[in-house]
Design a protein around this ligand. Structure first.
Ligand SMILES: [Ca+2]
Ligand SMILES: [Ca+2]
Length: 234
């Protein structure tokens, strides 16, 4: 049997417990000012982190790194095709007379034909193909050499294109790959333009000035550094 005194005691404990909960709830809460201060501190921290990391520069650097890898892959594919074909690999494929020492000297570019380009360097013509065939390696791609005709087959199944692959009236916004060949000695040159503050032209880790080419602001790879014109491509 629960006696009256026991009942009062239990009720008292229950009331006290509720009071305790109320007190502890109150002590754990935040005032509006505390919340505002916390949000402000967090906003400052986020701003500092964003400034330190600079996500836009990180993306530019990633694209530049890919450009380096892409150009190296194209150079290797061309070298493989050329060596495997005993030096008879046709560097402009289905086209004829378009190398730098021939009448129709051409600059092959990775931007598709629906993108209009600025005027080509004097004496040169641009070569562009439609978007849907841009990456083909059978001579219909942006580089017209037919890799599938090489002895041993094509070393690659698609032609890399620039991660931005775009052009503009503004020379600072031209990002595409370019290619030219020289028939006489069977050499080629492939170029790209970098955009990051660090790896790009004038940067602390400038890759365009140490590539052995003849244009400091352009990243140049290939077997002949002086095939593409030194001005007017980008
Ligand atoms: Ca260079
Ligand atoms: Ca060059």
């Amino acid at each position: 049997m629960l006696k009256y005194n026991d009942f009062r005691k239990k009720r008292q404990i229950s009331i006290d417990f509720n009071q305790f909960q109320l007190i502890s709830y109150k002590s754990k809460g935040f005032t509006l000012i505390e919340l505002l201060v916390t949000i402000t501190v967090l906003a400052i921290l986020v701003t500092i982190i964003v400034v330190l990391i600079d996500p836009a520069e990180l993306f530019r650097k990633t694209r530049d790194a890919r450009r380096m890898a892409d150009l190296a892959a194209i150079r290797e594919a061309l070298t493989f095709a050329s060596v495997n074909s005993g030096g008879t690999f046709d560097l402009d494929g289905a086209n004829s007379g378009t190398c730098s020492d021939e009448a129709g000297k051409s600059i092959y570019v990775s931007v598709p034909s629906d993108v209009s380009l600025h005027a080509p360097p004097s004496g040169w013509v641009w070569r562009q193909v439609a978007k849907n065939s841009i990456a083909l390696v059978n001579g219909s791609g942006w580089i017209s050499a037919n890799f599938t005709s090489a002895a041993g087959g094509s070393p690659i199944f698609n032609l890399p294109i620039d991660p931005r692959n775009t052009s503009s009236a503004n020379s600072g916004q031209r990002f595409f790959y370019s290619y030219a060949c020289r028939r006489g000695d069977g050499k080629v040159e492939i170029n790209a333009k970098f955009e990051s503050t660090d790896i790009g032209p004038g940067g602390q880790d400038d890759k365009s000035i140490i590539d052995g080419g003849d244009v400091d602001t352009v990243y140049e790879l290939g077997s002949g550094a002086n095939i593409l014109p030194i001005a007017g491509v980008y």
